[in-house]
Design a protein around this ligand. Sequence first.
Ligand code: GLC
Length: 577
Amino acid sequence: MNSIRKKISSLLIGLAMSGCVWAQSAQQSKSPWWKGAVFYEIYPRSFQDSNNDGVGDLNGITQRLDYLKLLGVDAIWLTPIYPSPQVDFGYDISNYEDIDPQYGTLKDFDRLVTEAKKHNIRIIMDLVLNHTSDKHPWFLESRSSKTNPKHNWYVWRDGKGPGQPPNNWESYFGHSAWQYDQKTRQYYYHKFYIQQPDLNWNNPEVRKAMYDVERFWINRGVAGFRLDAITTLFEDPQMRDEGVVKDENGKPMTNAYGDPQLDDTRTNDLPQVHDVLRELREVADSYKGRDVVLIGETYLRSVDDLKKMYGAHDDELQLPMDMQIGFINKFDVAQFRQRIDEAQNNINGNEPLIVFDNHDNPRWDRYGGGKFHDDIGRVIATVLFATRGSAMFYYGDEIGMVTTPPKRKEDVKDPIGITGWPKEKGRDGERTPMQWDDGPNAGFTGPNAKPWLPIPPSYKTVNVAAEMKNPDSILNWYKQMIELRRTVPSLRYGNNIMLNTSDNHVLSWMRTAPGQAPVIVACNFTAEPQRISFDLSKQGIVAKQGKTLMKTPGMSDPASLSDVQLPPFGVYMGEVE
Ligand code: GLC
C-alpha cells in the first residue's frame, strides 16, 4: 500500500515538475519580447551627428546600428524627436506627428525603423502626455480666448486675487506653477517650464487626441512608448495648497531654486492617472500580436506605489521604471538587498524594469569613481543585468562616460541650470556627446563642427574604439553581461534569491530556473578586498564548485564556493556545477 502511494506521489511530483518545466518553456516561448529585454536610452542630440551641424540626428543613429547590435540591446528608446522649440530639448512638443528638422524627416524615421528591424532592434518613442509646447497650435487656440473651443484643453484658473496665483503649487523647474496670461486674464498651470502648459486630462477631447497620436506611431512601426512624467497628468480638483516639507528639526525646507519645498501630494500620482493608463493600454493591446510595450517614467515613493502602476488586473503599464534600486545613490548593501527583494516579490509577480541612469540624473560615476571607476561600473552593470527583470541603461554608460557639468553659468544650456545656479547646475553634465573615438570631436560630429555641448576631456581614453580593443574594458563587461543574459536561461528567466543576507559588504544572490544550472553572483560593495563563503545548503544545493562566467579582471578563480576572494568592488558570477 505504502509503496503504491509512494509511486503515485512520485508520479504526481514528476508530472508536476514536468508541468512546471513545460509551463516555464511555454511561457518562455510565448513571452512578450520586452520580458527580460535590454533597453538602451538614446538622447538623439548627443548620439551621432550625420550632417555636421553639431547636433545628433536620426541618420546618425541609423549609422550606429551595427554598434548597438554588437552591444546586444533589444530596443532603443529615443527621447523626443518631434518638432519643438527645444526649450526643454524636445520635451516641449509643438507637433506630435512629425520629426523636428534638426533630427531629420519622417522618411529618415521610417528608414531607422526598417534598418533597426534588420538588426533585431525595436524603437521606443517618448510620449509626452502631460504638457505640450506653448507654441503648439492647441495651446495657441486655447489661450486666444476664454470662449475658444480649445480653452478647456489646458488647465486654466482665475487668480486668488489681483496678482495672486490660484494656489501655492510649484513647477518642478522652479517657482510658481501658474503663469498669468494677459489676454484671458487667467493663469495656466505648468508643472515644468512656463513654455510647457499642462494639458487638461479631464477633457475627453484631449484624451482622444493623444490616443490618436499613440496610434499614429504604432502604425509607423514603433514597438512601444516611454511615457514621460506620467504620474503628473492630474491635479487636485479642489486646488488645495500643498504642504511644505520640514526637516528633522521641524524647519520648513527650501529647494535649489530658493522656493519652499512642497510635498507634491496634490499634483503627483493622483488616482485618476490609472484610468488613462488603462485606456493607453487598450489602444496598445488592440494591435494584436505586436506586444506594444508601455514603459513609465515613474518616480514614486515606494514599491507599493510602483505595484499599482502595473494595474489591478495587469492592465496598465507593463514596465513602470523601478527607480527605487538605481536611485539609492550610495553603495549600501542592506538597502540594495531589500529593494531588489521588493522588486522581485512585492509587485504581484510582474516584471521589474531596473534603471540606474538617464538624461535627467548624474551618470553612475555618482557612486564614486576615480581609482575604482571601472570596478564600480562593473558592479552597477552586474546588478542591472544579473538580477531578474528587464534592464535599461543610458548611452555612454557602457563605456563609463563621466558626468561633466558646465563650470560656468554662461555655458549652461539646460534652463534649470540657469535658474538654479550654482546649487542646480542643470542636466548638461549627463547629456554630453557620445565618445566614439579619440579623434576630433570624439567622432560625434565632423572635425570642423561645434558640438552643441562640449566633448568631455575623458574622451581620449574613454571611447568606444579604444574599449572595443581592450578585453578588460567596461564596454566589454556590458557586452558580455548582455550576451550571458541571452544565452544562460537561469539569468534570463530564473528566480532571484538573495544569499548571505547578513553580509554588509558583499551583495550576493542566486538565479535558478527549473532544469538549469543555478547561477550565483557576488558583488563587493566596498573599497577593500572581501572574502565570502557560500552556503547553499538552504537551497538544497550541495555543490562546492562554481564554473566562472564573469569575474573582475585580474581576479583568480575561486578555489571553491566556500572561499571566494573579491578585490575592491570586485564581482564574481559562476554557474553552480
Ligand atoms: C521628464 C523628462 C525630462 C523633462 C520633463 C518634462 O522628466 O525626462 O527630461 O524635462 O519630463 O517633460
